[in-house]
Write a protein that binds this ligand. Structure first.
Ligand code: SF4
Ligand code: SF4
Length: 108
């Protein structure tokens, strides 16, 4: 295998990008609160929290803490039994060094 082909197999961490998502919550469908917090528990970025405003059925839909951190992993959508939350990719952003587990000192 040629050198240039080999290099293509590894990430260039300086240019590593990650998807950015838009999260939509349909408050009226949600049964958040004591009955459900699945989207909150399964979000790996921990950017959802229980809202303080109830919907018409007395449930508390989640709210987004930091939309810019949604990676469009889709777990909230997958685990919601009420089809009350969904995500779509709206762009990409460069991953900050402190978001990379191996540390900045290993970026070449
Ligand atoms: S998983 Fe669905 S129903 Fe449950 S709190 Fe989240 S949005 Fe609401
Ligand atoms: S798509 Fe993933 S990162 Fe985005 S809000 Fe849902 S669970 Fe969190």
């Amino acid at each position: 295998m040629k050198d240039e082909d080999l290099s293509a197999r590894y990430w260039n961490l300086k240019e590593c990008t990650i998807p950015v998502g838009k999260v939509t919550i349909i408050a009226d469908f949600c049964k958040g609160g004591e009955d459900c917090d699945e989207c909150i528990r399964f979000c790996p970025e921990k950017i959802l929290k229980l809202g303080e405003v109830s919907n018409e059925r007395g449930f508390f839909p989640p709210v987004l803490i930091d939309e810019g951190k949604c990676t469009v992993c889709g777990k909230c959508q997958l685990y919601c039994s009420e089809n009350a939350i969904f995500v779509e990719k709206v762009g990409e952003r460069v991953v900050a060094p402190d978001e990379i587990a191996i540390g900045e000192e290993n970026i070449q």
